[in-house]
Design a protein around this ligand. Structure first.
Ligand code: SF4
Ligand code: FES
Length: 241
């Protein structure tokens, strides 16, 4: 079988002054279906110092998000047949590299926690549970499925420019998930928090996020809906005065 070429970003801060690209060639086996299968073989058969994250191998944990031939994605669900030779693997852009393909996700999760990603309900607890109608439940479809892989946020130029101030597509998608959840009573506070020239409004609708999401979610749409709700809320407040 024809050899395939991999060019992999290498950087070990304890040994290398600068990062570099290393080339590996390997024959695909019949059992190699997804990119992660071959990455694991390169590590076990050629160079066990290559560092990358992985866990579920099912597109669920989000830990193996990397940049594959210039586009962010999950190695475990990237079909090898769809990849052009040479296969170029780099860490997610816009996040500090810890080693090789492993990035530091602290800033990503810091932005995510700022939006208070949990239900807030100030009403008295019902005896059993907080019920939703079928229609109310449907509103969170296309939002709750996010696996926090950071493919979207790390592909966003606004996040590269303002990582400490702009919440980023993943965090904003989750913000909208709680804003429209009928069981959450923090609607006003959530909108007021986001109504800020950096946190939300640094989104310039570049739409890289929706092109890379492995779950086919649409953070751009969620962000536009938040902007619309803020606008409507402002008008309502104005007429109440
Ligand atoms: Fe990953 Fe999609 Fe969630 Fe972004 S919205 S973190 S790309 S699953
Ligand atoms: Fe879990 Fe790929 S290893 S999403």
């Amino acid at each position: 079988m024809k050899k395939k070429i991999f060019k992999i970003y290498r950087y070990n801060p304890e040994k290398n002054k600068y990062p570099y690209m290393e080339t590996f060639s390997i024959n695909f086996k019949k059992t190699d279906k997804m990119l992660l299968d071959v990455m694991i073989r390169i590590k076990s058969e050629i160079d066990n110092s290559i560092t990358f994250r992985k866990s579920c191998r099912e597109g669920i944990c989000g830990s193996d998000a990397i940049n594959i031939n210039g586009k962010n994605g999950l190695a475990c669900i990237t079909n090898l047949k769809k990849l052009k030779n040479p296969i170029i693997l780099k860490p997610l852009p816009g996040l500090p590299v810890i080693k090789d393909l492993v990035v530091d996700m602290k800033i990503f999760f810091k932005q995510y926690y700022l939006i208070k990603p949990y239900l807030i309900n100030k009403n008295i607890l019902p005896k059993k549970e907080r019920l939703q109608s079928q229609e109310e439940r449907e509103l969170i479809n296309g939002l709750y499925e996010c696996i926090l892989c950071a493919c979207c946020t790390s592909s966003c130029p606004s996040f590269w420019w303002h990582p400490k101030k702009f919440i980023g597509p993943a965090g904003l998608l989750q913000a909208y998930r709680f804003i429209i959840d009928s069981r959450d009573t923090n609607f006003e506070e959530r909108l007021n928090f986001l109504n800020d020239k950096y946190k939300l409004l640094k989104c310039k609708t570049i739409m890289n996020c929706l092109n890379v999401c492995p779950k086919n979610l649409n953070p751009t749409k969620a962000i536009l809906k938040i902007k619309k709700l803020i606008f409507i809320n402002k008008i309502k407040t104005f007429f109440k005065k």
